[in-house]
Design a protein around this ligand. Structure first.
Ligand SMILES: [Ca+2]
Length: 365
């Protein structure tokens, strides 16, 4: 089982990744922190909790982090994710309160409580992680590993761009943070556009029909989220679910271990992730360690994994009994409480994070 601390910016594909994780007993989410990226941080913080509450998961704490990248104003992606960041899916506002700690202290507490056991997953800009590593320099050595979605490494025809003609969104958004994290000494696995923009690893309209025919709450929401994107661009990339899938089946990927240089600043080349010669990291001032970069994915096996997890029914759990605002067709009529009880049975027990005390941060905005 992977013990996971997850920094995210939901975001449609973050939400799809979270659904995948919640349907995967191999993953134990100890806590979620949120960062500005696809949407402002107040919205990403709400969206993480909206998805958790929809899935009847109420014991994963969510802590809010940075509202801005380290050196740049936020440029959100609501034009892609919809005005609510989740494809205008209709989920109600969250009721659960935020965890009181700042994201970087929250992350540090969870990692320090289980040294060597935690996989830190980052599916947004790396601002919170950079703050955490700066304020708590012991953290990279205490991690089992860091898995991040970010970068475009030119390793496949797809590894080029989605924010500028040269750079991937998460790294472009906060290249200074990425530079700190990629040189932190943590054992880092990077899943970037080289694999996530592979058309064979995207959801298409046929996959959408499969999701629509599903009878699980996860399928219902996943269909809603994917449809928003597919209606607009014909397919739905699964950037963040791919990173999460690494925790479920690492054999889906081929990795190369290379030094990576991130272009900081605000020039035309902002956010480019250069792969350097593999023997150069000991000489380079720009990159001091090797990063495991995904160079290929077994796309059919990944999609099979994603769809089967989202669609599978545990303990005969079915979708909502009432006509569900998220469902595309009326589901079977069942007493609401029964359906909710079964949904709770499906949700496996999650560890509850230690109540981290908020600490005064020199980095607070
Ligand atoms: Ca994301």
């Amino acid at each position: 089982m992977s013990k996971v601390v997850w920094d995210m910016d939901p975001g449609i594909d973050d939400a799809l990744a979270l659904l995948l994780a919640l349907k995967s007993p191999e993953i134990q989410i100890l806590g979620i922190s949120t960062v500005a990226g696809n949407a402002p941080v107040e919205m990403t913080s709400a969206n993480a909790r909206r998805v958790l509450e929809y899935m009847s998961v109420t014991n994963i704490p969510v802590a809010m982090g940075a509202a801005m990248p380290l050196n740049h104003p936020l440029v959100d992606a609501l034009n892609h994710h919809g005005s609510d960041g989740l494809g205008q899916c209709g989920l109600p506002p969250p009721r659960l309160p935020l965890h009181p700690a700042k994201a970087w202290d929250f992350i540090a507490q969870l990692i320090s409580d289980a040294p060597g056991e935690i996989t830190l997953v980052a599916t947004g800009p790396l601002t919170n992680i950079a703050y955490a590593f700066k304020l708590h320099p012991e953290l990279p050595r205490l991690l089992a590993r860091l898995v991040l979605m970010g970068g475009a490494y030119g390793l496949t025809p797809y590894g080029k761009e989605n924010q500028t003609p040269f750079a991937e969104f998460n790294i472009w958004q906060d290249p200074e943070a990425a530079n700190i994290v990629l040189n932190s000494g943590a054992d880092i696995y990077a899943v970037g556009l080289d694999v996530s923009m592979n058309p064979a690893a995207c959801l298409n309209s046929q996959h959408l029909e499969q999701l629509k025919s599903g009878h699980t709450p996860a399928a219902c929401l996943a269909a809603q989220l994917a449809e928003y994107v597919i209606e607009r661009q014909g397919h739905c990339e699964l950037h963040d679910p791919l990173a999460l899938a690494l925790l479920l089946d690492a054999s889906l990927f081929d990795f190369i271990s290379v030094p990576v240089e991130v272009v900081t600043g605000n020039g035309w080349d902002r956010g480019i992730t250069y792969v350097l010669p593999s023997d150069s990291y000991q000489l380079s001032t720009a990159s001091s360690q090797l990063i495991h970069v995904a160079a290929a994915v077994d796309a059919p096996r990944f999609l099979e994994l994603f769809l089967s997890r989202i669609l599978r029914t545990l303990n005969n759990t079915s979708c909502h009994s009432e006509p569900c605002a998220l469902c595309h067709s009326e589901r079977e009529k069942r007493p609401k409480n029964l359906a909710q009880d079964r949904l709770r049975e499906e949700s496996r027990p999650f560890a509850i994070a230690q109540g981290g005390k908020e600490t005064t941060s020199i980095l607070e905005e």
